[in-house]
Design a protein around this ligand. Sequence first.
Ligand code: OGA
Ligand code: NI
Length: 341
Amino acid sequence: MEKLVSSWYSSVQSLPETYVVPPDQRPGKITVPVSKTIPVIDLGKAVGDDRTDIVQQILNASREFGFFQVINHGVSENLMEETRNLFNEFFNLPDEDKASVYSEDSSKKCKLYTSSFNNAKNKVHYWRDNLRHPCHPLEEWMPLWPEKPTRYREVVGTYSVEVRELSLRILQLICEGLGLQPGYFGDKLTNYQTLTVNHYPPCPDPSLTLGLPKHCDPNLITILLQGDVCGLQVFKDGQWIGIEPFPNAFVVNIGYQLQIISNGKLKSAEHRAVTNSNEARTSIVSLIAPSWDTVIECAEDLVSESNPPLYRAFQYKEFMGTYATHGGDTETVLEPYKLRV
Ligand code: OGA
Ligand code: NI
């Protein structure tokens, strides 16, 4: 386990050379302003007369920021806290327990690894460990999940199901806002769910390194739970802004597939994770994604002569191939899919 940052960080005084990112990516001062403008939306009001207002708030936030937070979302605070505690416990397990989940084989479905998928090949490393595995349908994937801490499967199983339900509710509101057929996001577009848990240990020099480099999420929609530690930043109008941590809110962000389906109406925003020198940060991220063979295209209802499609149709697996070869580079990853209009 000598590679996991969580296993060795406490024995180093300074940042190892391989973790220093190129000058144009360095965060420098990491205490960027925390945004008060990224909307915090009260999902408890998405009923009765207020529903259209909530739908509008979600649409506006998704258009302007590609990000919003939700409160009164129906997932119990108890479960959120239990899940956070459980993952903290996981990353503090003795090395021999982590070793049984660790893998550098990218085809492995459930794995613990460090930095990025191509860590061995990449010259620059990122200050994070990551545990990821699929979680829908539960019965199919749970047998592959970690067995320690002992309550892992029980807690993470309940959490995955509840967060999936929340994601589908948010997608239903987005569906209404965009004026798509009811149930547009049912079935294949949301067939896949992955849990990816980032752990960023305290870092000796947060100004020179990143936990995660600038990227947009390749999937449909992402629901992220962060604790009370800052670290997630969004790039907006040429500036990085911090997402304010609220322990009981979820951060929601639009993935590339939703940008494409909405014909550019909703925005997949660039974001990154910075580290800090005082305390570890763990983010629990649920990615809702289409199944591999799903055809993705601009929704017919959002395309007209005056509003031609911005992207060509493709299979999701083709996009994921491009995303992998471009290393998620936000400048180029959409190029093969853009139509010149
Ligand atoms: C991600 C991501 C941000 C964070 O996992 O895709 O953007 O705060 N994470 O960990
Ligand atoms: Ni992301």
